[in-house]
Design a protein around this ligand. Structure first.
Ligand SMILES: O=P(O)(O)OC[C@H]1O[C@](O)(CO)[C@@H](O)[C@@H]1O
Length: 428
């Protein structure tokens, strides 16, 4: 993975090389703190040890009994689904991967109607084992399996914490179960059982993903000039300090679209604390050049754009044509067009003084993905150190959970009463 921050200098907001030099001392201190946390396997910092502590053999052993299913359905939400979905959507496999990470009845019904349940592994993932959406969806899926005459205990893999509803379910029914990694918040758990069980079921090279993560570990250093991940973390932090409160992540590869969704949780849930943070916007190149780019280029000077692409990929020729005005496309290729669009968008943002950072990986394969995912996690941890926020907690999400549970009669929560106090001002 390499990071090019040239288009974040002298922009609006922007940085100078002097700024980076001054910041580099703080990067060194932050790296020391991160290294100490990793060495002590401290809560949160332990996430950055996963490329070495994850156990691919245990993952393979857990999925081995399911013997090449037609499909794997993950029932989980947030970090318990997005990492696995990022890898599944980036890599080709004969085993189809589906994700139930929402409780939209239409979507759940449509998916279950299509799934070959007798030949699907149901991968239920929840660190806490208490997440309402995940448990509700699992109960619906389990009933659908029963209705289809499928013994759910033969088709279910559980990944959860030491205690809780899912652990009890696995023990009661002797289900294959994987442990979530200790001290690792869900959004940082892709390089573990949480993110890699689906990859193993799909036949991907889990060891290569972890090797890519180790490449990322090896690239950490006490200076932003020596570490692509820290260069990205320091640059995004310094731009946020100067007003770039939105970070539009715009991969120029369809296979990385879900990566932007995974990044959004990592960035928002880790850094949105104490009135601080940088809003991750999900975009896709070249598509969003015909959508959001207008705002990025001509809207408020309050954002940066992160352009992500593989330097190697497949290509597809554009046939020659005699259509008036299109001859310049004929004989070219879609890859040439995508590359030209990338370069044009990057230059267009720079010409409008909009800060943008280029992240490039070799190709969209297991090792490069492992390095990219690790790199973004390390960048996020560094940003959190520089911003002095509690990177590894997410207390703000709990209010809504209590309100929803109270509304469903799951307990006596004052938050549910606050819902009833909504001020109405309807126009219809
Ligand atoms: O794995 P669990 O405990 O079901 O949590 C799922 C997701 O919900 C959150 O806890 C937020 O509510 C995320 O941090 C987490 O990734």
């Amino acid at each position: 993975m390499d990071v090019d921050i040239g288009n974040a200098l002298e922009t609006q907001p922007g940085l100078t090389e002097e700024t980076l030099d001054r910041l580099d001392g703080r990067v060194a201190d932050a790296h020391d703190r991160i290294a100490r946390g990793m060495a002590a396997d401290e809560f949160g910092y332990a996430s950055l040890n996963l490329p070495e502590t994850a156990d691919p053999a245990a993952i393979r052993a857990a999925v081995e009994p399911f013997d090449e299913p037609a499909a794997v359905l993950t029932v989980g939400i947030g970090g318990s689904a997005l990492g696995a979905a990022t890898l599944a959507d980036a890599l080709e496999s004969d085993v189809d991967a589906y994700f139930l990470d929402n409780v939209d009845p239409d979507a759940v019904d449509a998916l279950l109607a299509d799934l070959p349940l007798a030949d699907t592994v149901v991968n239920v993932v929840s660190r806490s084992g208490t997440t309402a959406e995940t448990l509700a969806n699992f109960l619906v899926v389990r009933e659908a399996m029963a209705d289809a005459g499928v013994d759910w205990t033969d088709r279910t893999l559980v990944t959860t914490g030491e205690a809780g509803n899912l652990r009890r379910l696995a023990e009661t029914h002797d289900l294959p179960a994987l442990d979530v990694p200790e001290g690792v918040p869900g959004r940082f758990s892709v390089l573990s059982t949480v993110g890699l069980a689906v990859a193993a079921l799909q036949g991907h090279d889990v060891e290569a993903v972890l090797a890519g993560g180790r490449d990322g570990m090896d690239a950490l250093a006490g200076s932003l000039y020596e570490s692509p991940a820290y260069a990205y973390g320091a640059t995004t932090y310094a731009l946020a300090e100067r007003g770039a409160l939105t970070n539009a992540v715009m991969p120029y590869a369809e296979s990385l679209e879900t990566f932007a969704e995974w990044f959004a949780q990592l960035w928002a849930e880790s850094l949105g604390k104490d009135g601080l943070g940088q809003t991750p916007a999900r975009a896709l190149g070249a598509t969003d050049q015909h959508s959001q780019l207008q705002l990025y280029r001509a809207g408020p000077a309050d954002k940066l754009v992160t352009l992500v692409r593989p330097t190697e990929r497949a290509d597809a020729p554009i046939p020659e044509t005699d259509l008036e005005g299109l001859s310049y496309l004929g004989g070219s290729s879609l890859g040439d067009l995508l590359d030209a669009e990338f370069a044009a968008t990057e230059a267009s943002l720079a010409a409008a003084d909009v800060p943008n950072v280029r992240i490039e990986i070799d190709r969209v394969d297991e090792r490069s993905l492992g390095e990219l995912l690790f790199g973004m996690e390390a960048a996020c941890v560094l940003y959190g150190e520089l911003a002095s926020v509690s990177t590894f907690t997410q207390p703000a999400v709990e209010w809504g959970k209590r309100a929803a549970r109270g509304l469903l009669g799951g307990g006596d929560f004052p938050e549910a009463e606050a819902v009833a106090d909504k001020r109405e001002f309807r126009i219809d």
